[in-house]
Design a protein around this ligand. Structure first.
Ligand code: G6P
Length: 501
């Protein structure tokens, strides 16, 4: 087994860089997806901003620098992506259909995704997927190496690109490298299943700073790096291969100012009222908003709600549920199966409990513009976020941020990263159907006074930081670790002692 693809390549000399020095960027973001994606509209195909907080967070940071975003333009449609987005230069990394199968559907989403999410589905290990993962990671690393200015900063994102930090370090030892994992990092018992565990660890340790969503994941990583690769140091500062590597938790969050502005918008407020009218003005609207993914616990949540209808706790004339399931990774068999069984559960629930003209669950399998999502958040009395495992879950934070009048109740899985911050939620173990039912009953019965107290507690915590603070705090730590490392290289620093955090 190859221990490290990057070690086969030597540092790129100035003369071999295809991008002239004057065009190289001081700050480069490397993510699997570009910040724009091609969508099919009535007028044909067009490029629109990719959904999600990462684009919002990084756009403003990138706009303040001479910057570049490197990513894959996506599998759908033809045509080249634009050269810039909101003033940020874009560089597309091409992935062929066969590579897409092995790298994206295969190693990224059928090996790493389930393994890192508590093995909710059995991860599949294939050597040819791994070979393509290495190849594509090298393609991203090379694109970054060619594009970053001397001494510049490269910020690499997520599980699809875990080998890029070390590959890039081999090619460009002069640059500062940060890595942030958006999904959970698994406990040792699961991570150890990975036949290429050492290569992945070494890949990540090529960074100056490795960031995770919550402290538990950061210490999982440090502990495994010490045991498997003999790294020295503490949970927050490792020493490996003669360098210092910072490790920490940087919980991602939302664009609170954007949500504040949108929730104050009269059109969106009116749309929320209209949604409630369209639902028949029930006493209680329950809402779920998820990517259609088997990690999100959508079926389990709907089964729990169905039982509450069956035992008479809820009834079709008073309680209505809306479930938005955003299409995702539809070429993967697990996702296809999940969709079919979810749709079966939804139709059973409606068949058993709906009234003529008013289904009890409104199921929307579609992409939803952010304005419409906000209107749904405003229309919903109870928000259900019950993933089996989730790195953070920004839907929970968006719901809380949108409830400016302090109404609304959140039922939240204790296995979502957001649970560490949103202590005012009705917490559930998503594997415990009775537990979900109890939490929903509590949310239905809670006094308005207690509901307000819970919501204001969650809002205080959520509104304290926004996604810009998140990006700044990561980049400030990256700068700090790189400065400490240079002092150590100059012989002015004692490396950390073993095993202490
Ligand atoms: C999660 C991952 C992202 C990914 C997104 C959508 O949030 O952390 O890296 O981009 O899901 O999935 P997709 O496979 O469509 O990119």
């Amino acid at each position: 087994m190859n221990s490290n693809t990057a070690s086969e390549h030597s540092t790129i000399g100035e003369e071999h860089l295809s991008v002239p020095a004057s065009e190289r960027a001081d700050f480069v973001v490397v993510a699997n997806r570009l910040p724009v994606q091609q969508v099919v509209t009535e007028g044909g195909e067009e490029w629109r901003p990719s959904p999600g907080g990462l684009v919002t967070a990084l756009t403003s940071v990138l706009q303040n620098h001479n910057s570049l975003w490197i990513g894959w333009p996506g599998a759908s449609g033809d045509g080249d992506p634009p050269l810039t987005y909101e003033g940020i230069r874009l560089k597309a990394v091409a992935i062929s259909p066969a590579e897409h199968d092995n790298f994206y559907l295969g190693f990224s989403n059928a090996t790493l995704w389930p393994l890192y999410h508590d093995a909710i589905r059995a991860p599949t290990f294939h050597r040819h997927w791994w070979q393509t993962y290495k190849k594509i990671n090298m393609r991203f690393a090379t694109a970054a190496a060619e594009s970053v200015a001397p001494g510049g900063t490269v910020w690499i994102h997520d599980y699809q690109l875990q080998l890029v930090p070390n590959m890039l370090r081999q090619l460009r030892p002069d640059v500062r490298i940060g890595f942030f994992l958006h999904i959970p990092f698994p406990p040792s018992e699961l991570f150890m299943q990975l036949p290429w565990r050492k290569e992945i660890l070494a890949g990540l340790l090529g960074s100056d700073l490795v960031g995770f969503q919550v402290p538990q994941m950061a210490s999982n990583f440090s502990r495994i790096a010490r045991r498997q690769l003999g790294a020295k140091g503490t949970d927050s500062m490792l020493e490996y291969d003669g360098r210092l590597i910072g490790v920490g938790a940087f919980p991602i969050t939302i664009d609170t100012a954007q949500i504040r502005a949108l929730t104050a918008d009269a059109k969106i407020r009116e749309r929320a009222r209209e949604i409630r009218r369209d639902l028949g003005n029930p006493e209680v609207v329950l809402l779920g908003v998820d990517r259609l993914d088997y990690t999100k616990g959508i079926q389990q949540r709907i089964r729990a709600i169905t039982e509450l209808y069956a035992d008479g706790t809820m009834s079709g004339d008073k309680h209505v549920m809306v479930q938005v399931a955003v299409p995702s990774r539809e070429a993967d068999a697990h996702y296809e199966l999940e969709r079919h069984s979810l749709e079966q559960v939804v139709s059973e629930m409606n068949g058993d409990h709906s009234l003529v003209g008013s289904p009890i669950i409104h199921y929307l399998h579609q992409n939803m513009p952010f304005d419409e999502l906000l209107a749904l958040y405003l229309a919903a009395d109870i928000m259900l976020v019950t993933p089996f495992r989730d790195g953070m879950n920004l839907v929970a934070k968006e719901y809380v941020a949108s409830r400016t009048n302090l109404t609304g109740r959140l039922v939240l899985s204790e296995f979502a990263g957001a649970a560490a911050e949103l202590r005012g939620a009705f917490m559930v173990n998503p594997h415990d159907l009775d537990g979900i039912k109890e939490a929903v009953c509590l949310a239905l019965k809670v006094s308005p006074k207690e509901a307000r107290a819970r919501m204001s507690r969650m809002r205080r915590r959520t509104l304290r930081h926004d996604v810009y603070d998140w990006a700044e705090s990561f980049l400030a730590s990256l700068q700090h670790v790189a400065a400490v490392d240079s002092r150590e290289q100059a012989g002015e620093f004692d490396p950390p002692e073993d095993g202490k955090s």
